[in-house]
Write a protein that binds this ligand. Structure first.
Ligand code: HEM
Length: 185
């Protein structure tokens, strides 16, 4: 909800995006950011039930994000992703590759969590699940950095001085990765 309000204020109140683009374009931005944050919470949650709830909700939001993105992926919506020839730029291709790899690892993580029979109260750092969880966040951080880094260093051009969602997503991913790293066994 917070990310939906943020996207609405940044892009329609201070930006030039029309409210007619709430159903897909703006919803896509908020599901992407919320999905990433829920996956970060899941990676850091100690309680198994909480970890699963955040993980499954995060997975659902990312699946919605991917399906909406596939529908939106055109020069009309993302001019910066495409060259005049109609081909994608290397940043856009690399960003989407990182996104797709993150999605695949996320499905592995989902299957690995489901195949676990004995509820495990504490998460062992070296476990497959922690490794997969970290890889999802690292690949998602690369995904948003490759597509958004250009706009990160021009705060004077930020609508309403509000940072881009790609930057918020990148910083969130790093915070969750560092928090997981520093957790005692
Ligand atoms: C676990 C996997 C993924 C995560 C966590 C993720 C997360 C994100 C985040 C946080 C953004 C920034 C949104 C914004 O700037 O407003 C984003 C943007 C985007 N993602 Fe993903 N993504 C993932 C996978 C994918 C995949 C597989 C695709 C391929 C279709 C994709 C396509 C896009 C597109 C087109 C954008 C630009 C949205 C925009 O600027 O409005 N993402 N993603």
């Amino acid at each position: 909800m917070v990310s939906a309000v943020y996207a609405l204020i940044r892009y329609t109140v201070f930006g030039s995006v029309s409210i007619t683009q709430i159903p897909m374009y703006l919803t896509n931005k908020s599901t992407a950011l919320s999905g990433l944050i829920l996956l970060g919470w899941s990676l850091n949650a100690r309680d198994v039930r909480r970890r699963r709830e955040f993980g499954i909700l995060g997975l659902n939001l990312i699946v919605i994000h991917v399906l909406l993105s596939v529908g939106l992926l055109s020069p009309a919506y993302f001019a910066k992703f495409f060259q005049p020839s109609g081909l994608m730029t290397w940043q856009a291709e690399a960003s989407l590759l990182a996104g797709v790899l993150s999605l695949v690892v996320l499905f592995w993580l989902f299957l690995a969590s489901r195949s676990q029979t004995k509820p495990d109260r504490t998460v062992q750092p070296g476990s497959l699940r922690v490794g997969l969880g970290r890889s999802v966040l690292l690949l998602a951080a690369a995904h948003v950095a490759l597509m958004g880094y250009v706009g990160w260093f021009t705060p004077g051009e930020w609508p309403g001085c509000l940072p881009p969602i790609t930057l918020l997503a990148f910083v969130s991913a790093l915070i969750f990765l560092v928090a997981r790293q520093s957790k005692p066994v």
